[in-house]
Write a protein that binds this ligand. Structure first.
Ligand code: SF4
Length: 388
């Protein structure tokens, strides 16, 4: 059968801006609820344990003209909040009964306030993720925050959430994270077999589908793709970083591939890939989720890097682990977290002698030729003049 039908389905889900798939899921059972979330980090286990469908709100990509969303924001911030408001005003998020806003940055914080004013009939939960990573401080704070989110979700769905519900959800997302890691490991080992455009589509599908269905999809893809006959090209192996929140269009991802880049690691769709080991399914489940955040090794601009660690070390580790030959910094225009971190990361790459280039994008960037030329030149430079 091959991977084509799986990827076609993912494509259809990506283009489903009206969330018809979410409406269908809700219609298939009495009293079903769907809860959206903004990037970057969300404890999706809580929504799942409440019997609701977690739905990623990642903007409108290249498909939607922003008309009214622009009126809510100044011109010098990223594109994501404009398209989220536009989607809401056009009724394209009507299938959602509530939205979670994490403390990713000031833009998402402000978006939560605007959302509450514009859509007062929808549950809106803003929550702070701790940056103090002391378990006795940030851990306790975050467990309390998670308990408060559960209380509000219980009100929304009209039923209690038990500890066993939470443990079952942790197990389902542990499976999801394992499969995503397997997908990333396979792509790093054989990037010609697992194109990044397909990886991206698969992860985007996880923002729409129930986790169990998405786990089946990933399992199926991983089984099928190993039999695909795909040509090995003389591409440069690249790590892409900066794409953790506002997502690039699929066209931009394909542009990097067409420019001669094998993306062997990235921070796209980060919500699917937090934590290293599994979250424990024994003991207090909220403490386990809070502890996983505190203990996580993940380094992004939205998470404090503990004292004593070199900021940028994770990027260097990623380059070395994946056998990458260079790094592309791709940040959304006006994304403070990504752009403020970049000089520190570049300094570390300079110290390590790792090549890099950088560009900015918006989710609806239409002029891809300059990016293709820049990425293509970078890839050619690596292939022609690196020591590798
Ligand atoms: S793209 Fe950057 S600035 Fe915009 S909402 Fe995301 S993290 Fe914040």
């Amino acid at each position: 059968m091959g991977v084509a039908p799986i990827i076609d389905r993912c494509h259809a889900l990506l283009e489903d801006l009206d969330l018809a798939c979410v409406s269908e899921w809700k219609a298939a059972g009495e009293g079903r609820r769907a809860v959206g979330f903004l990037p970057v980090y969300i404890p999706r286990e809580l929504i799942h344990a409440a019997g609701a469908l977690p739905v990623g709100i990642l903007g409108a990509g290249e498909e939607l003209e922003i008309v009214r969303g622009d009126a809510c924001f100044q011109s010098y911030i990223c594109h994501l909040p404009r398209s989220v408001v536009e989607l809401g005003l056009r009724g394209k998020l009507d299938a959602l009964d509530g939205v979670l806003f994490p403390s990713t940055c000031d833009v998402i914080r402000n978006l939560s306030g605007i959302w509450k004013m514009m859509f007062p009939d929808k549950e809106a939960i803003y929550f702070d993720v701790p940056q103090n990573l002391d378990p006795k401080v940030g851990g306790v704070f975050y467990r309390d925050m998670l308990a408060e989110i559960v209380t509000r979700l219980q009100r929304l769905v009209g039923r209690d959430v038990s500890e066993d519900d939470l443990r079952g959800s942790i197990a389902a997302y542990n499976t999801s994270r394992r499969l995503v890691r397997e997908l990333y490991d396979l792509r790093a080992a054989e990037p010609w077999r697992v194109p990044t455009s397909e990886t991206y589509l698969l992860l985007r599908a996880g923002m729409r589908l129930p986790v169990e269905e998405h786990n089946e999809m990933l399992t199926h893809y991983l089984a099928e793709v190993r039999d695909e006959d795909r040509a090995l090209r003389d591409n440069a192996r690249i790590v892409v970083t900066g794409t953790f929140c506002e997502q690039p269009s699929l066209s931009l991802v394909r542009t990097l591939e067409h420019a001669g880049c094998y993306v062997v690691d990235d921070d796209l769709m980060l919500v699917t890939r937090w934590y290293g080991p599994d979250i424990p399914t024994e003991g207090d489940p909220l403490e386990a989720i809070a502890g996983a955040w505190i203990d996580a090794d993940d380094e992004t601009p939205c998470r404090y890097v503990a004292d004593g660690k070199r900021k940028g070390q994770q990027l260097v580790d990623s380059v070395q682990r994946c056998g990458a030959e260079g790094v592309i910094f791709a940040a959304p225009s006006f994304c403070d977290p990504a752009l403020l971190d970049r000089p520190m990361l570049q300094a570390v790459l300079d110290e390590e002698g790792i090549a890099y280039t950088s560009f900015k994008y918006s989710e609806n960037t239409a002029q891809l030729q300059p990016i293709r030329e820049q990425a293509g030149t970078f890839a050619d430079t690596i292939k022609l003049w690196s020591d590798a």
